[in-house]
Design a protein around this ligand. Structure first.
Ligand code: NDP
Length: 322
C-alpha cells in the first residue's frame, strides 16, 4: 500500500510517499481501508520530532473508512462497517490496523469525509468544554484561532453548552468564518491587544476560561484575559510551546488555574470515547454543527497540506484522500 512516513525528522522534504507493507489486523485490531484521513497540527509535530516517536513514523492520527478485516478477539466491528477513529497513529496510508476499541461506527447519514473531520478536533472540543472546564450557561470563554480546525469545533461546543464565546483570528476573512461558527465576539489578535479587548467586552471582569491552542504567542495575554480563579487551558503549540513559567505568576494574576491536557487522556476508556464520539457525530447528524472542510488533498500531497496549515493559510479541516 501507499503511505506517507518519515525516517528522519524535519521539514516537508523529509516526507516519503512510498509503497510499504499493508499491515495485518493483529489481536484486538481491525484493518481499516481508509477513505479520508484527517490532517492535524499534531502531524507536523511528529514530522518535526517536537513529539518524539521512533522512526519510521507513518504520520496521521485520524481517519474514516471501512473495516476490511478483523483480528482475533474482535467482536465490536465486522468487515463492511463504516468506522472512524482518532489518536491511533498511521492514518496517512491506504490501510491502518487500529485497536478495535478505538473505532466508532459512523451513522449512515454522516459522510466519511465529515466523520474524518469530526473525530480528533470534535472530541477535543467536547472534552475541553464538557470536562476540562465544563462551561455553564451564562459563562464566557475565549477561544484562540477560532477559525481553525479545533477552534471552530470549540466555538460550536461552547455554544452548545450555552456559553458566550469570544474568538480570536488573524484576518478579516477568518473573522467571518469564526462568526459563522458561532462566536459572539471576534477579535483580530494580529491588529488588536486581545487582553484589553476581552476586558472591555467583559466590563473589566475577564473570561471564565481560555481555550488556547496557539501556545507561546498568546500565553501571557491569555492569563491577563482571565477573571480571578479562572482557568487557563493551554492545549496546543501552533506558535511554539509555552516556555517554563514561575508558579507565582498564577498567584499574581488572580489565583489562576492552568492545565495542559491532551485528547488521549480524555478518551482512554471505551465508555468515555463512546460518549464523546457519539455526541460529536450526533451534532453533525442533527445539523447542530457541520465542520468546514477547507480542502481535500491527495495523500501524495500531504506536504502541501502541512505547509498550508503551518502558514496559517487554512481554516476548518484539511483532509487527505489515499
Ligand atoms: P488549526 O486549524 O487551528 O491551525 C492553526 C491555527 O493557529 C492557524 O490557522 C492560525 O490561526 C493559528 N496560529 C497562530 N499563530 C500561529 C503560528 N505561529 N503558526 C501557525 N498557526 C498559528 O490547527 P489544528 O486545529 O489542527 O490544531 C491547533 C492546535 O491545537 C495545535 O497546536 C494542535 O496540536 C492542538 N491540538 C491539541 C489537542 C489536544 O488534545 N491537546 C487536540 C487537537 C489539537 P490564525 O491565523 O487565525 O491565527
Amino acid at each position: 500500500m501507499k503511505a506517507v512516513f518519515v525516517t528522519e525528522f524535519g521539514g516537508i522534504e523529509k516526507l516519503r510517499y512510498e509503497e510499504i507493507a499493508t499491515p495485518a489486523a493483529g489481536e484486538g485490531q481491525a484493518l481499516v481501508k481508509i477513505d479520508y484521513t484527517g490532517v492535524n497540527f499534531i502531524d507536523i509535530y511528529f514530522r518535526t520530532g517536537l513529539y518524539p516517536a521512533p522512526p519510521p513514523v507513518v504520520l496521521g492520527m485520524e481517519a474514516a473508512g471501512v473495516v476490511e478485516a478483523v483480528g482475533p478477539g474482535v467482536e465490536s466491528v465486522k468487515p463492511g462497517d463504516r468506522v472512524a477513529y482518532a489518536m491511533a497513529r498511521g492514518s496517512y496510508a491506504e490501510y491502518a490496523a487500529v485497536p478495535a476499541w478505538q473505532l466508532v461506527k459512523v451513522p449512515a447519514q454522516v459522510g466519511l469525509d465529515l466523520a474524518a473531520a469530526s473525530m480528533l478536533q470534535g472530541m477535543t472540543a467536547h472534552y475541553l468544554t464538557h470536562s476540562t472546564y465544563p462551561l455553564h450557561p451564562g459563562e464566557i470563554c475565549l477561544v484562540h484561532a477560532a477559525a481553525g480546525g479545533a477552534g471552530q469545533w470549540t466555538v460550536a461546543a461552547a455554544k452548545i453548552r450555552g456559553a458566550q464565546v469570544i474568538g480570536t483570528v488573524s484576518t478579516a476573512a477568518k473573522a467571518e468564518t469564526a462568526l459563522a461558527a458561532g462566536c459572539d465576539h471576534v477579535i483580530n489578535y494580529a491588529e488588536t491587544d486581545f487582553a484589553a479587548e476581552v476586558k472591555r467586552i467583559t466590563e473589566g471582569r475577564g473570561v471564565d476560561v481560555v481555550y488556547d491552542s496557539v501556545g507561546a504567542a498568546t500565553w501571557e495575554k491569555s492569563l491577563d484575559s482571565l477573571r480571578p480563579r479562572g482557568m487557563m487551558v493551554t492545549f496546543g503549540n501552533a506558535s511554539g510551546p509555552v516556555p517554563p513559567f514561575p508558579p507565582l505568576t498564577l498567584s499574581q494574576k488572580g489565583s489562576l488555574f492552568v492545565t495542559r491536557p491532551t485528547l488521549a487522556h480524555y478518551t482512554s476508556k471505551r465508555e468515555e470515547l463512546e460518549w464523546r464520539a457519539s455526541e460529536v457525530l450526533n451534532w453533525v447528524q442533527g445539523g447542530l454543527f457541520s465542520p468546514q472542510i477547507f480542502k481535500v488533498y491527495p495523500l501524495a500531497e500531504a506536504g502541501a497540506a502541512h505547509d498550508a496549515l503551518a502558514a496559517r493559510l487554512t481554516s476548518g479541516k484539511l483532509l487527505l484522500q489515499p
